[in-house]
Design a protein around this ligand. Structure first.
Ligand code: PLP
Length: 447
């Protein structure tokens, strides 16, 4: 693509003057201008090309500017840009049908939102009204969104300054073999101890007080920690035992990221509610939602659901979802994510771990991988403190960019989360850039 460098410079100037950015001290950021994007690549304001190993915020699962989705949005804009949520729209109906077909069990009704956080807000509201209870369980090391209930459920330092004690949020530790809070010796032991801990939290907080347990099927932002065998099935059993609504948060893990349509499929577990966003239409137009199983849907058959949004099921967003899901089916995008994970990213990242002392652990699946970076492999001391950053991490990100690749990072971790459509050659190209960049981080290790 042709880049207008003067326009990019002007955009930067206006951004710094007038745009207030998320999660940032405004004077301490230097945001990158993105002037164009195609497939797995983005171009900055100077026309430099980068491989997008971050999928933006882990959402462009079909890559940038897929022509069929762009065309569907244009066609819908010509037909009908917007209608109120109380009316019927063909794109919304078809998007709901496609999603209902992909979700497991009886998750056959869809409430559409504008993104992930409001999907969580509405899922919790449904669970509270369904059960008549108000407390909600969620995990430390989780991210559920930036709005009031969602940020209070989040188990991440971004909750702390927002923590006004949203009524009844209770946190517990999920399983995490590499940094086991339970000092387990095996994944099976981790599952057993994590479930025992969860049941104890329920017992000590009041077994009759919980409306919902909100859990990422594979925790994403907090470190891409695939649950050990049996954990999600165990959570399902506990939810049933105590009459708790199981909300699987598939906002990041869903729609192909793990090499399955939904991550929870890997465990064969069916939640009561499932939240989604991001990959549902690769973020081309904002969209999220809650898929409801029949028990919760039935609660609101005769009783009104007290919730809604002006843009619920927006025609442009749902037209983008219909096109995205059809593209993913026609082009084998989920299968590609699985294959790239099995044949290129998994083996490639494990090989990098062998000769880079800063890599403590490699974990993930599909196009959803984390490198847990450490100063010392023996003690597992992280390369940056929890909730903070370090010179090592800053230099690592700069080295990736210098090598033409944009990773996602969070504290002491680097996440390799390219589009599900990435080719084997592109994935290898990104791994080469990562290999070089990791030598910079190695200098900060004790080995
Ligand atoms: N849930 C999970 C698992 C997420 O990863 C995110 C965003 O990263 C959210 C919820 C919030 O989604 P949104 O930023 O669209 O509100």
């Amino acid at each position: 693509p042709l880049i207008d460098t003067a326009a990019a410079a002007r955009a930067y100037e206006l951004d710094r003057a007038h745009v207030f950015h998320s999660w940032s001290a405004q004077a301490r950021i230097d945001p990158m201008v993105v002037s164009a994007a195609r497939g797995s690549h983005v171009w900055d304001g100077e026309g430099t090309r980068y491989l997008d190993f971050s999928s933006q915020l882990v959402n462009t699962n079909i890559g940038h500017q897929h022509p069929r989705v762009v065309e569907a949005i244009k066609a819908q804009a010509d037909r009908l840009c917007t209608i109120a949520p109380q009316h019927v729209n063909d794109q919304r109906s078809e998007a709901a049908r496609l999603i209902a077909e992909l979700t497991p069990g009886t998750l056959d009704k869809v409430f559409f939102t504008n993104g992930g956080a409001d999907a969580i807000e509405h899922a919790v509201r449904m669970a509270r009204l369904h059960t008549g209870r108000y407390k909600v369980l969620s995990a430390y090391r989780s991210y559920h969104g930036g709005t009031s209930t969602a940020i209070n459920l989040t188990g991440d330092p971004r909750r702390w300054p927002n923590d006004y004690g949203a009524a009844g949020t209770v946190h517990f530790f999920g399983p995490f073999p590499y940094r086991s809070p339970f000092h387990s010796g095996s994944p099976e032991e981790e599952t057993e101890r994590a479930l025992r801990h969860l049941e104890e939290v329920i017992a000590f907080e009041g077994p009759d007080s919980f409306a919902a347990i909100v859990l990422e099927s594979v925790p994403g932002t907090a470190g891409i920690m695939p649950p050990p065998p049996g954990y999600l099935a165990g959570v399902r059993a506990l939810a049933d035992r105590y009459g708790i609504v199981f909300v699987a948060d598939e906002v990041m893990a869903g729609f192909g990221r793990t090499g399955r349509w939904f991550a929870i499929e890997r465990d064969g577990v069916v939640p009561d509610l499932m939240t989604f966003a991001k990959g549902v239409n690769s973020g081309y137009v904002p969209l999220g939602g809650v898929a409801l199983g029949d028990r919760i849907a039935d609660t609101f058959a005769e009783r009104p659901f007290p919730g809604g949004l002006t843009y619920s099921g927006h025609p442009l967003a749902t037209a983008a979802a219909v096109a995205t899901i059809n593209v993913m089916k026609d082009e084998g995008v989920v299968e590609n994510a699985d294959l790239i994970g099995e044949t290129v990213l998994g083996p490639g990242l494990r090989e990098l771990a062998e000769h880079h002392p800063c890599v403590g652990e490699v974990r993930g699946m599909g196009v959803f991988w984390a490198l847990d970076l450490v100063r010392d492999r023996a003690t597992k001391e992280p390369l940056a403190p929890y909730g903070g950053t370090s010179a090592a991490m800053t230099e690592l990100v700069a080295a990736c960019k210098a090598g033409g690749m944009i990773p996602m990072t969070n504290y002491h971790r680097l996440h390799v989360v390219p589009p599900c459509t990435i080719s084997a050659d592109e994935a290898r190209e990104g791994l080469e850039a990562l290999d070089k960049a990791l030598t910079v981080a190695d200098r900060h290790t004790v080995d």
